[in-house]
Design a protein around this ligand. Structure first.
Ligand code: B1M
Length: 226
């Protein structure tokens, strides 16, 4: 079992998407993330373990290498694609089968920012615990968040930012939303954020990971007892 999890981590790190993927060349014809994740689920390995100890561990390794200029943008993109291919399989494993939604959760990566792996994880986990999620994608301008809220009164908004340069756009989006909807709940996340930054831009809660988001909203909206 540990071997399988380590292979998943290695395939994410190397950007090996699936068996048919021609990259990387030295792994031609070998199983990739898509096959290994399905095998792990079939063996009964919990989706959370596959996510944290396999996929996210591989992403963290490539992330550190990227920081040290040991790999380049295309390598990281391949890893991101390898990680994303696993999401639909994990999503169905996380699904609770609950039919009544907890509410509507609108999520997007803020304007100027193209990172979507963290956002996709939050989306998947929120759906898994029963939220109806509207995903606005990446590079989301404040007006797009506003429009989605108009179409879904009472929705909670989640924003993700991975760059110090795009955090400022998160502040703008929060202001636009709160000016028109003072009672709206906005949760924010992404590696460079802090609770202090969240307080400064007037969002409601900084969530370091998807679980924090789930727990905060359960408590705030008294949902865990429903
Ligand atoms: Co980018 N990138 N990147 N990148 N990239 C970082 C973020 C960086 C830290 C790497 C580095 O230099 N050390 C750095 C930012 C530096 C900074 O601002 N301080 C950086 C840079 C500089 C850039 C470019 C500018 C590089 C360039 O072009 N020269 C460029 C910017 C493009 C743009 O957005 N306009 C760029 C591009 C890319 C790729 C396209 C190659 C690719 C993104 C692919 C994709 O997302 N589809 C990429 C990647 C993959 C990374 C790293 C390696 C990994 C990010 C990631 O997906 N992590 C990253 C380095 C690193 O983090 N070590 C890096 C895994 C993911 C699960 O974690 O997103 O943090 P994360 O999400 C977590 C939590 O933060 C939280 O939950 C998740 C699970 O725990 N979370 C939330 C996230 N959002 C949340 C929302 C919530 C709640 C929790 O509520 C709503």
């Amino acid at each position: 079992m540990e071997n399988l999890i380590s292979r998943i981590a290695m395939c994410v790190e190397r950007g090996k998407i699936n068996k048919n993927s021609p990259y990387p060349k030295d792994m031609l014809g070998e199983d990739g993330v898509e096959e290994l994740v399905q095998q792990a689920l079939a063996m009964g390995i919990p989706a959370g373990k596959i996510l944290e100890e396999g996929l996210m561990r591989g992403m963290s390794v490539i992330g550190k290498k990227f920081s040290k200029n040991e790999v380049f943008v295309p390598d990281v993109l391949m890893s991101a694609r390898a990680m994303n291919i696993a999401m639909p399989y994990l999503k169905s494993a996380f699904e609770t089968g609950e039919t009544k939604h907890k509410g509507v959760f609108i999520i997007g990566t803020v304007q100027g920012d193209l990172h979507d792996i963290g956002k996709n994880l939050v989306r998947m986990m929120m759906e898994g615990v029963g939220w109806k999620v509207i995903d606005l994608g990446v590079d989301t301008p404040p007006e797009k968040f506003l429009q989605a809220v108009k179409e879904n009164p009472g929705a909670v908004v989640g924003m993700s930012a991975l760059l110090t340069t795009t955090m400022i756009n998160m502040g703008r989006a929060v202001k636009v939303l709160k000016d028109e909807n003072p009672n709206i709940i906005i949760v924010v996340g992404g590696a460079p954020l802090t609770q202090d930054f969240c307080d400064k831009i007037g969002a409601d809660k900084y969530c370091p990971d998807p679980q924090a988001c789930i727990e905060y909203l359960d408590e705030k909206l008294n949902l865990s007892r429903n």
